[in-house]
Write a protein that binds this ligand. Structure first.
Ligand SMILES: *Cc1c(COP(=O)(O)O)cnc(C)c1O
Length: 386
């Protein structure tokens, strides 16, 4: 059986006519940059993520970059983030001239560990603390970081929170008072990506910044068009961070299906869990769900031994699987100048050695999941026997 890691063609087949109709509308309007489709998407994404405002931008990376640019954070400033994430979380910090400070993750959720965050901050001297301007927690794989504690820490220090919610549209975080809050609604900025492999994916690049702050909202809209306000008058330097109307039209169609797709992903995760439990494979750990809502952009196993061998075996069996992420950011070559050693973030190092992502998309069928679990079971069973 051939099971791709992600099957976007199956999704497209199901909504082809609607997509065609929506894009033809844009062709006929000949309005390609920003405009009514982008505004409609902004309103609907704001509603979906339970925030007041949303600003459509050119990618998830640009969502992070424009957020940082609009804060005025720059040379000499420190921004705390996770080393176990996609590159652009830290890349955008460096692009505004600031210094990323890596705080290790929690081994269960893969998200930044609030205890380690506190430790890192208390180890800073007064000068360091005064240079600390923001924290970028990442809601990795579709599960929220511990925002209850992280926002409390940020508030006590008076620093901003920029949520990297690129993988987490529709994810929810449970607070100790029992409330559930959506990804992108808890910090000062929420950054989303519409990269095709995200739960809400465009036919190209796209992104969104969410905020509850009117001032931030206005600044973002100006930064998105080179800082011009009114046109051709520039008080600040922004960039071309615009989302285009074709992407917005496609995303508007897809947004109608997002809840349904997300529930399918969650159901697939439950099926994996049940099937793995039946097999009691000790070398495998399925992803843990905290009390919030995990939207499973990725379904990530921990494989105790032989992760790379298992990946090769599954690939040979026609089962797509991926490693997110093989190299934590604190040991990336381009960040050598920051002076981190691998052991500074040991949990990220261990996660990078053990994680393996399996197919989880909505169109995946029960028999396919069964097949994947069977293959993993027989591979590890054979290893044990030999
Ligand atoms: C995808 C992703 C980004 C970047 O989004 P792009 O749209 O690809 O630029 C940033 N952070 C995380 C955690 C991501 O998964």
């Amino acid at each position: 059986m051939n099971i791709p890691f992600l099957d976007l063609k199956a999704q497209y087949e199901a909504i082809k006519e609607e997509i065609m109709a929506a894009t033809i509308e844009v062709y006929q309007s000949q309005k390609f940059i920003l405009g009514p489709k982008v505004e409609e998407l902004e309103r609907k994404v704001a509603t979906y993520t339970q925030v007041k405002h949303a600003v459509g931008v050119s990618s998830g990376t640009d969502a992070l970059l424009i957020s940082l640019m609009s804060t005025g954070i720059g040379p000499g400033d420190l921004v705390i983030t996770s080393p176990y994430t996609f590159f652009s979380t830290a890349g955008s910090i460096v692009r505004v001239g600031a210094i990323p400070v890596f705080v290790d993750i929690d081994y269960i959720t893969y998200n930044i560990d609030p205890e380690k965050l506190e430790k890192k901050i208390s180890s800073m001297n007064a000068r360091g603390r005064s240079r600390l301007k923001a924290i970028i927690p990442v809601h990795l794989f579709g599960q929220c970081a511990d925002m209850d504690n992280i926002t409390a820490i940020a508030k006590s220090l008076g620093v901003l929170i920029i949520e990297d919610a690129a993988q987490a549209i529709g994810a929810e975080c449970k607070y100790s008072d029992g409330s559930l809050k959506r990804a992108g609604s808890m910090g000062n900025y929420g950054c989303f990506s519409f990269f095709p492999s995200k739960n809400l994916g465009s036919f190209g690049d796209g992104g969104m910044v969410t905020t509850n702050d009117e001032g931030i909202f206005q600044r973002l809209k100006i930064m998105r068009v080179h800082g011009s306000q009114p046109k051709y008058y520039h008080k600040v330097v922004g960039g071309n961070f615009r989302l285009d109307a074709l992407q917005a039209a496609i995303l508007l169609v897809k947004l109608n299906y997002l809840e349904q797709w997300t529930e399918k992903r969650r159901q697939n995760a439950r099926i994996y869990r049940e099937l793995f439990a039946e097999k009691t494979i000790e070398e495998i750990e399925v992803p843990a769900e905290n009390e919030g809502r995990h939207i499973y952009n990725q379904f990530v196993l921990k494989v105790d031994n032989d992760r790379d061998e298992l990946k090769r075996y599954l690939t040979n069996q026609g089962i797509g699987c991926e490693i997110y992420y093989p190299v934590p950011l604190h040991i990336q070559e381009c960040f050598q100048y920051l002076g981190y050693r691998p052991e500074d973030c040991p949990v990220s190092i261990e996660a990078a050695a053990k994680t393996l992502s399996l197919p989880i998309y909505a169109e995946l069928r029960y028999e396919q999941i069964e097949y994947i679990v069977d293959k993993i079971g027989s591979f590890l069973g054979n290893k044990r026997a030999s």
